[in-house]
Design a binder for this molecule. Structure first.
Ligand code: EPZ
Length: 430
C-alpha cells in the first residue's frame, strides 16, 4: 500500500535539481542495442519505466552495468533472442523502441504490444507505416508485433499525425537501412533531437532532427559512444507549476530553458514571475493566479504531459479558464479526483472548463496515470489539511525521488506504506 501522504498549505521554496529526460532515455537505451561495441550513457533517470526497459534488454542478452545511480554501460554483442515479451515490458509504452532498434540491427524482432498510461487509444499505425516503407514485413500475432525484413531499404515517409514514438522508431530503423530516408511531418520534441544526436555520436548520419523533415543516410554499422541525456522538460515543468500552485519561489536547476518556453510563457500569462539563466529557471508566484486558455500541441506547443499540472493551477486561478487536450482523447480522468478537493471543472469533449476556486481541501485520491498523479500531488500541496494519494506506482514511473525533492523544497509530504506510517506522518507534521 504505497501512498503519498501530504499536508498542504505551505509555499514551496528553494532549488531542485532536474534529472535526465525519461522519454529520451527510453529510446536512447534501446538504441544502445544497435552496436556490438560498449556504450556509456549518463544522466539516466532512476525511475521504474527505465528499469523495466533495462531489464528487458538484459533478457535479450545485453550486458547492462550500472556505474552509478545515473550512469549505465551497455554491451549488446551477445544478444541471444529477438523476442521481447517480459511481464514488466507489457506495462510500458516505450517497448516499441526495442522493435525499431532490433529491426535496424538484426532485420528481425518480436516485441510485445505497447502498454503505458491509459490516456487514450494510442495507435501504432504510424510506426507500422514507417517500418513497412523501409521494407519490413510487419504482422501482429499472439500479442506481439513481429518484424522481419530481408534487408532495410531507405524510403520517403510522410507521417499522417505528428508522433514522437513513430518518428523515433522510423529513425532508428532507417539509421541502418540501405540508402536515404526522409521522414516528413516528423515530431520536433527535444527528445527526438536527443535520440538523433545519440545515434550520430555512434556514427549514424541523421540531419534535420528538431525540424519537421528528418533526412537519414543509412550506415552499415554503429560504434561505441559516451553520451549524456538532456534534462527532463516535464519534470522541470512540474516543479515550476508546483511553485505556481503553492505561491512559492522555486528554481529548477540543470535545465535547458529553451525547452521550457511554452511552460514559462503560460506561467507568466497567469501571473507568475519567471527568470531564466543559462541552465536554470526561477518561478515566483506571489499573488493569486489569473485565468487563461491553453491547448496542448506537439512541440514547441504546450505539452500534453503538462496538461494535468496546468489544470490544477487554473483550478485555483481567478476567473474561468479552458484547457483543450488535442493529443490524447482520454486525459481528463483525474478531474473527478480534483472535484473531491473542491475544484469546479466541467469536461466537454476534449476541453475542460474551469471555474477557479479560492482553495482546495485535502482528500483521499487515486492517481490515474503518471502526469495526472503528479498533478494531484501538486493539488495536495496547495490544499488545506491532509491528502493521501493511492496508486503512486504510476508517479514513480517517471519522477525520481518525487517526495524527497518536494521535501527539499519544504513540502510536507512522505511516502508511507501502512496505516501506522500514515498516522506517524500526521503526528510529525501536526
Ligand atoms: C510519447 O508517447 C510519450 N511517451 C508520452 O509521454 C507523451 O505524452 C507523448 O509522446 C506526446 O509527447 C514516451 O515517450 C514513452 P505520440 P507516444 O506517438 O509515443 C497518435 C508520459 O507521461 N498516434 O507522440 O505514445 C497518438 O494516438 C507519456 O511521459 C497515432 O495515431 O505519443 C496521439 O494522439 C504519456 N498513430 C498522437 O499520435 C501512431 O502510430 C501523439 O502520440 C502513433 C501515435
Amino acid at each position: 500500500m504505497e501512498q503519498y501522504a501530504i499536508k498542504g498549505g505551505n509555499p514551496l521554496v528553494g532549488e531542485v535539481e532536474i534529472g535526465g529526460a525519461k522519454n529520451a532515455a527510453l529510446a536512447i537505451l534501446a538504441a544502445a542495442l544497435m552496436t556490438d561495441e560498449t556504450v556509456l550513457i549518463d544522466n539516466v533517470p532512476d525511475v521504474s519505466d527505465i528499469n523495466a526497459i533495462l531489464s528487458a534488454m538484459q533478457d535479450l542478452g545485453a550486458i547492462v552495468t550500472r556505474l552509478g545511480r545515473h550512469t549505465v554501460k551497455i554491451n549488446a554483442s551477445q544478444i541471444h533472442t529477438l523476442v521481447a515479451d517480459g511481464e514488466e515490458l507489457k506495462k510500458i509504452r516505450a517497448s516499441y523502441y526495442l522493435l525499431g532498434a532490433l529491426t535496424a540491427k538484426y532485420k528481425e524482432a518480436r516485441v510485445v504490444l505497447p502498454g503505458g498510461c491509459n490516456i487514450g487509444s494510442r495507435a501504432i499505425d504510424q510506426h507500422i507505416k514507417g517500418f513497412k516503407a523501409l521494407g519490413v514485413d510487419v504482422r501482429i500475432e499472439h500479442g506481439l508485433i513481429c518484424n522481419k525484413a530481408e534487408h532495410l531499404k531507405g524510403s520517403h515517409i510522410y507521417l499522417d499525425v505528428v508522433t514522437v514514438g513513430a518518428t523515433i522508431n522510423t529513425m532508428l530503423a532507417a539509421a541502418m537501412a540501405d540508402g536515404q530516408t526522409t521522414i516528413e511531418n516528423a515530431a520536433k520534441e527535444p527528445h527526438v533531437v536527443d535520440v538523433a544526436n545519440f545515434l550520430n555520436s555512434m556514427g549514424a548520419n541523421i540531419k534535420g532532427a528538431g525540424t519537421d523533415v528528418i533526412r537519414i543516410r543509412g550506415v552499415e554499422k554503429l560504434h561505441k559512444t559516451e553520451y549524456t541525456i538532456i534534462p527532463d522538460q516535464i519534470e522541470a515543468g512540474t516543479y515550476m507549476f508546483a511553485a505556481a500552485v503553492t505561491k512559492g519561489d522555486v528554481t529548477v536547476k540543470n535545465v535547458i530553458p529553451k525547452h521550457l518556453e511554452s511552460i514559462s510563457a503560460k506561467l507568466m500569462e497567469i501571473g507568475c514571475e519567471v527568470e531564466e539563466s543559462d541552465d536554470a529557471v526561477r518561478v515566483v508566484a506571489s499573488k493569486r493566479l489569473t485565468h487563461t486558455q491553453v491547448k496542448t500541441l506537439p512541440y514547441p506547443g504546450f505539452p500534453t504531459d503538462m496538461q494535468p499540472q496546468i489544470t490544477v493551477a487554473l483550478g485555483l486561478a481567478e476567473g474561468t479558464s479552458t484547457v483543450t487536450e488535442s493529443i490524447f482523447e482520454n486525459r481528463f480522468k483525474y478531474v473527478d479526483e480534483l472535484t473531491k478537493m473542491g475544484a469546479s471543472i466541467k469536461v466537454e469533449g476534449n476541453t475542460a472548463i474551469i471555474d477557479g476556486v479560492s482553495r482546495y481541501t485535502g482528500a483521499p485520491l487515486v492517481a490515474p496515470d503518471l502526469r495526472a498523479g503528479a498533478a494531484l500531488v501538486m493539488a495536495g500541496l496547495a490544499a488545506e489539511e491532509y491528502t493521501v494519494i493511492d496508486n503512486i506506482q504510476f508517479i514513480e514511473r517517471g519522477y525520481e525521488d518525487f517526495h524527497l525533492k518536494l521535501q527539499g523544497l519544504g513540502a510536507k509530504i512522505d511516502r508511507v506504506t501502512s496505516e501506522k506510517e500514515l498516522q506517524k506522518f500526521k503526528l510529525k507534521v501536526g
